[in-house]
Design a protein around this ligand. Structure first.
Ligand SMILES: [Zn+2]
Length: 224
């Protein structure tokens, strides 16, 4: 399968994961891939002929079972490679995405399985994203974003979205806001567009925009 095809499947998968809607719009896909709507339409016709997507002109597109399986396979390679680069090669978590984008299309199954073994069959990548297993199974999640939690509350950071934004990852690491960290959501201020959070003794304000990129698990809803 070509790397272009793999990237399309991966994007359709990501878009369908982050939305409740059944179909992914072609405009949204074109924007995410940085190509013209015409290019996406042409590609959808050929992926549809290959049995990888269910394409409904003017409505959108969804992965078929085969397409989803292929997408999960690329996602698995991407996430395992990122973890390998951080854990074994000791690269910074902000620097691994670009490398993984390239390597995910090149790595052999043999090498990937070895990485999986060396890392002890890990379940999450450095950004907290779940790693699909070799059979393409991925755990469902009950997380929400930090921006959607009612304050006050105690939450744990589960994963970081938009991990391709290395500057944002630098900020998170600096602030200690990494997956696994427990934080207190003190206040949500819609007017100011911020949430106040506390980690240890440090109180800080984070923009709602940043808070939307942090997926969290609510450990303890606060008292009103
Ligand atoms: Zn990545």
């Amino acid at each position: 399968m070509s790397s272009t095809t793999e990237n399309y499947l991966k994007k359709i998968f990501a878009a369908s994961e982050s939305s409740e809607k059944e179909l992914v719009g072609l405009g949204e896909l074109a924007q995410a891939l940085g190509v013209t709507p015409g290019t996406v339409t042409t590609m959808m016709k050929s992926l549809s002929e290959a049995g990888l997507v269910d394409y409904r002109p003017r409505a959108g597109v969804a992965l078929t079972a085969t397409g989803r399986r292929e997408a999960l396979d690329v996602v698995r390679r991407h996430r395992l490679i990122e973890l390998f680069l951080v854990e074994v090669l000791e690269l910074d978590w902000a620097d691994v995405h670009e490398e993984a984008e390239v390597l995910e299309h090149a790595i052999s199954d043999r090498l990937l399985n070895r990485i999986d073994e060396i890392l002890g069959h890990p379940t999450n990548d450095p950004h907290g994203d779940p790693i699909p297993d070799a059979r393409g199974r991925i755990p469902g999640s009950s997380e929400t974003t930090l921006a959607d939690v009612t304050a006050p509350a105690t939450v744990r950071i589960v994963r970081v979205e938009h991990h391709e934004e290395s500057g944002f990852l630098d900020f998170l690491k600096e602030a200690g806001l990494v997956p696994g960290t427990q934080i207190s959501l003190v206040e949500r201020n819609r007017a100011a567009g911020t949430v106040s959070i506390k980690t240890g003794q440090t109180l800080r304000a984070v923009s709602l925009q940043a808070a939307r990129k942090l997926r969290v698990e609510v450990l303890k809803p606060g008292r009103r």
